[in-house]
Design a protein around this ligand. Structure first.
Ligand code: NAD
Ligand code: ZN
Length: 233
């Protein structure tokens, strides 16, 4: 049997669902009542900055009322106890992985509690509301925006993610629909590099056919069980 040392984990909105954060393509394909095109594109930000900034202000404020669930906690435990290489790549913009204690973590789609300067590209920790026109602390341009990777923009950390996938013995996808690229392509990249692949999701996803194994159920149950299995092997 191959020795598992290097693990790459991809998480999506499904891992935060049991904490009470709505997923993306839930009923009707809306995110908290909005069409994706109206809140998740550079065109939307240009057309209606007040609405887009307000949308993320509400998502950021809602973080105060939620807590990590057993799935986030189990991944944080794996991060602490796993002696091999490990990288948790999250598509989520909430902060529940870090609040659970995960450290080897990469937010490929940005983070609600950060601001990005559209003029100088500096990034700042940000917990307050962020109205359009807020000046950048570094370059003073009135150009701060939510640090969210919109559709059509380049995800963060792709070099680091691809390097980790190339070395991975195991790729695990948790709570993601497999509909949003480039993340949806990670399973094939991992497989091409020889990794075993496992999906943990509530129901079959668009990408299910690509995985060696799919376990179906709520992340709050599946993830702690899988982490226990990895740490006791
Ligand atoms: P998605 O909403 O497209 O898919 C969620 C997946 O999770 C579905 O396949 C669903 O079956 C599964 N799921 C739902 N509840 C689950 C549970 N309890 N346990 C396990 N699986 C469960 O989400 P996505 O694939 O992450 O892609 C959407 C995009 O939405 C990402 O880019 C992300 O940035 C953004 N988003 C983020 C958040 C967040 O930060 N929490 C929330 C909504 C959307
Ligand atoms: Zn700036």
């Amino acid at each position: 049997m191959t020795v598992m040392r290097n693990i790459v984990i991809l998480t999506g909105a499904g891992i935060s669902a049991e904490s009470g954060i709505a997923t993306f393509r839930g009923p009707g394909g809306l995110w908290e009542g909005h069409r994706v095109e109206d809140v998740c594109t550079p065109e939307a930000l240009a057309a209606d900055p007040v609405l887009v900034h307000r949308f993320y202000d509400l998502r950021r404020a809602a973080l105060r009322d939620v807590r990590p669930n057993p799935a986030h906690e189990a991944l944080a435990r794996l991060d602490r106890e796993w002696s091999g290489a490990l990288l948790i790549v999250t598509q989520n913009v909430d902060d529940l992985h870090e609040r659970a204690g995960a450290r080897r973590l990469l937010h490929m789609h940005g983070a609600l509690n950060q601001a990005l300067c559209a003029a100088c590209a500096a990034r700042f920790d940000w917990t307050a509301d962020l109205p359009p026109g807020t000046p950048c602390p570094t370059c003073h341009a009135p150009a701060l925006r939510p640090d969210i990777v919109f559709f059509g923009e380049i995800s963060y950390g792709m070099d680091r993610i691809e390097a980790a996938l190339a070395e991975a013995d195991l790729f695990v996808s948790i709570g993601t629909s497999g509909a949003v690229y480039p993340a949806a392509g990670f399973v094939r990249m991992a497989q091409a590099c020889g990794a075993a692949t496992l999906e943990l999701n509530l129901d079959r996803s668009e990408g299910s056919g690509w995985f060696d194994e799919s376990r179906l159920g709520p992340a709050g149950q599946l993830v702690p069980a899988w982490v226990e299995q990895m740490l006791s092997a």
